[in-house]
Design a protein around this ligand. Structure first.
Ligand SMILES: *Cc1c(COP(=O)(O)O)cnc(C)c1O
Length: 444
């Protein structure tokens, strides 16, 4: 029994569960997608909070620029490029034997400075917010100060009295660990079994405490949360529930809007934006999605992408049971090469926040991610980690599946006018030898 229902009853009520259990690649369209304005009016997160988060990141820019010299050229703003990937579009078109008609763009969060993944948005933001709160309260920092003073020994000493904990499949730990340690905090990262060895090694080399668990991500989070409760000066970054983390991710949309303007890319009713976001627990993709819907409204159509072995968000959204059910409840093993997406239970906070904003969600096999990986490397010379490739399948689904075509028809969208934005969520920090192994798997 799962929540007092037999498996038979679950399957009868939600036929999609049959497909998820059999690890079939699945495409789910949200029949509870409502008018963006209506949803946002009743949302617990507001535009002024997104702008507030953005301003906080601007206050920190002089500090970031000082302590991470690689951010000097962007004046301490942690942002990624958008690449037009014409070669990839051609190869994808050949593969599906249909011309992809829209414009294909890649959002390269894989190459975000400092930690090389989408977590450099939310993760770093939450650590900065915590640091700012402490510094302001101490009276040693004022909002109008040049924040580069935070690099001084005085502040490092202040922050060293506090500790930060986090549970992670790898990349969140990297972001929190690198940023936290730089500021002077004691950081403990609780790593799930999926986390790659090189990530643990890198963190330890920076003085971060890494605790390893045989279990999956949910367990690592639970252990971290417990440990932090015991210590008054410990702060837990709660990837399953944190609004602060979520807000850090939303800021991406403000920057995206500006980038589109600079690139002369028009987004309006007749020229919609389609975004494909690899999803683990939901905070990263959910936050980015929330920001995008807040800025582009009904002209943006956002989809989550998950591995067939870890379809927690599609399960939570399609049943409406969110975090009350896990993929393991249904015998799905949560084992995938996409370590950033290896999450068995979705965030309730995120599920509830985006359930009427998300257009749909789909799953794809590990094999597909590897194939996209080597193809993108071959034709565009862009190297991503497996999780980060999950978005590509969405382009095919929208332009070349029955459900996708129906979605476009119903909304009166001409595929020629679509801007497809595949969100590449990680990869630039992967060591060369590891990347070579990924690439060879894709070739095979
Ligand atoms: C964490 C991660 C995601 C998904 O973010 P969630 O907040 O867990 O949903 C996607 N891709 C990569 C590479 C990640 O590290």
């Amino acid at each position: 029994m799962i929540l007092n229902k037999s498996l038979q009853e679950w399957k009868k009520e939600f036929p999609i569960i049959e497909d998820l259990i059999s690890l079939k690649e699945t495409f789910w369209i949200n029949n509870k997608l409502y008018s963006t304005d209506e949803v946002l009016k009743n949302s617990s997160i507001t535009m002024s909070e997104i702008l507030d988060a953005s301003k906080r990141l601007e206050r920190f820019a002089p500090y970031i620029s000082k302590v991470f010299p690689e951010t000097q050229k962007s004046n301490g703003i942690i942002e990624s490029k958008i690449e037009k990937i014409e070669n990839m579009k051609k190869v994808l078109s050949e593969k599906i034997e249909k011309n992809i008609e829209g414009t294909l763009l890649l959002k390269c969060d894989s190459h975000l400075p400092i930690s090389g993944s989408i977590k450099a948005r939310g993760g770093i933001y939450e650590v900065l917010k915590f640091a700012e709160d402490i510094a302001l309260k101490s009276g040693k920092l004022h909002l109008e100060d040049d924040y580069s003073i935070l690099a001084s020994d005085e502040f490092k000493k202040l922050f060293s009295e506090y500790s930060i904990g986090v549970g992670s499949t790898g990349n969140l730990g990297l972001s929190i660990g690198i940023m936290g340690a730089k500021l002077g905090f004691k950081v403990t990262v609780h790593m799930s079994a999926d986390a790659r060895q090189w990530k643990k090694d890198m963190l330890r080399s920076k003085g971060v405490i890494v605790k390893e668990y045989e279990d999956d991500y949910s367990k690592a989070v639970e252990m971290g949360r417990k440990e932090c409760l015991l210590d008054e000066k410990a702060y837990f970054v709660d990837d399953e529930n944190s609004k602060t983390l979520f807000l850090g991710y939303t800021v991406a949309a403000l920057r995206l809007k500006k980038q589109f303007e600079d690139m002369n890319i028009l987004i309006d009713k007749d020229h919609p934006l389609f975004v494909y976001l690899p999803c683990g627990v939901g905070g990263g993709p959910g936050g980015v999605m929330f920001g995008i819907k807040s800025l582009f409204g009904d002209n943006a159509h956002c989809f989550f992408a998950e591995p067939t072995h870890s379809p927690c968000m599609i399960l939570g959204l399609s049943t409406g049971y969110h975090d009350l059910v896990s993929v393991q409840d249904f015998g799905i093993d949560n084992k995938t090469c996409a370590d950033g997406l290896a999450v068995g239970r979705a965030s309730k906070f995120v599920g509830k926040t985006v359930e009427n904003l998300v257009s749909g969600s789909y799953t794809l096999s590990d094999e597909k991610m590897y194939r996209y990986l080597s193809t993108l490397a071959d034709v565009e010379k862009i190297f991503l980690e497996p999780s980060a490739l999950a978005g590509f399948k969405g382009v095919e689904l929208i332009e070349n599946s029955i459900l996708g075509k129906k979605y476009l028809e119903e909304k009166n969208i001409n595929p020629k006018n679509i801007t497809h934005l595949v969100w590449a969520t990680g990869g630039s920090m992967v060591p060369k030898e590891e990347m070579e192994k990924y690439y060879q798997k894709g070739k095979e």
